[in-house]
Design a protein around this ligand. Structure first.
Ligand code: NAD
Length: 260
């Protein structure tokens, strides 16, 4: 495929080869995109650098979105090396694991702030800092969300609140950036077995329930989410912005599952 030949994309959120961001990066690289990857810290650099090599990524840079300076340094390097980019994938979320169990009612102030900062505000900060590199040709920004933004899913707690704010951010950013032909969309993925997914208490139950009750009878694999990322990064979706695109086997349509 050559859907992304000649395009350059920044992929943020690879922790290992099970990460959703890796699935999107793989599909985009196979479609001809030149990639820059980021890693959160030195520990993850050891995993992300070799993955960057297998993807033929031109740049592999540190970026902790909790730090304004780290974001600015990363964007500065991107500007120096590339001048212009075509798409950004934001596949980043964090909340204290101790509060991804039990009642939402018990969410601490500190965890609320950090979950909102890392999982939601970082999209806005990255949109503001990276879109100057898209001004000439337009571009595409893609983030990752989950059904827990709109419906209660067990133990998702503060992450559901952060994802609801993230989805609202997608719509506001889509309006702010539309005049520059920059599109902003989210993929709402069904459960995928990743490090972040495993941090949620009872993840196995949610995984099984979604799998059994989704119309397509399976949870998405990372290639299915990856191909949705490719669609949103490419000109195939040139008329689409502000959208929450579900890749969950149709699970979100179900009110009461059909009795077997
Ligand atoms: P993952 O653990 O592979 O990826 C999460 C990434 O967030 C990691 O690479 C981690 O380094 C990064 N991150 C966390 N804090 C950061 C910080 N301060 N600075 C920079 N990076 C930071 O898990 P994943 O499931 O691939 O998660 C990617 C996205 O997909 C998340 O937004 C997640 O909420 C979303 N999502 C996951 C599922 C699922 O079932 N796994 C479903 C729907 C949506």
């Amino acid at each position: 495929m050559t859907l992304l030949t000649g395009k350059r994309g920044l992929i943020m959120g690879i922790a290992n080869d099970h990460s959703i961001a890796y699935g999107i990066a793989k599909c985009c690289a196979e479609a001809g995109a030149e990639l820059a990857l980021t890693y959160q810290n030195d520990m993850l650099a050891k995993r992300v650098r070799p993955l960057g090599e297998t993807l033929g990524a031109s740049l592999t840079l540190p970026c902790d979105v909790g730090s304004e300076g780290s974001i600015n340094d990363m964007v500065k390097t991107l500007k120096k090396e590339w001048e212009q980019i075509d798409f950004v994938v934001h596949a980043i979320a964090f909340a204290d694991k101790a509060e991804l169990r039990g009642a939402y009612l018990n969410t601490s102030r500190a965890n609320f702030h950090s979950a909102m900062h890392i999982s939601c505000y970082s999209l806005t900060e990255l949109a503001r800092t990276t879109t100057p590199l898209m001004q000439e040709k337009g571009g595409s920004i893609i983030t990752l969300t989950y059904l827990g933004a709109n419906r209660i899913t067990p133990n998702y707690n503060v992450m559901g609140v952060a994802k609801a704010a993230l989805e609202a951010s997608v719509r506001y950013l889509a309006v702010d950036l539309g005049k520059h032909n920059i599109r902003v969309n989210a993929i709402s993925a069904g459960p995928v077995k990743t490090l972040a997914g495993a941090a949620i208490s009872g993840a196995r139950h949610v995984f099984r329930h979604s799998e059994v009750n989704a119309p397509l009878k399976h949870n998405p694999d990372m290639n299915e989410v990856g191909r949705a990322g490719l669609y949103l990064a490419s000109d195939l979706s040139s008329g689409v912005t502000g959208e929450i695109h579900y890749v969950d086997g149709g699970y979100h349509h179900i009110g009461v599952p059909t009795a077997e």
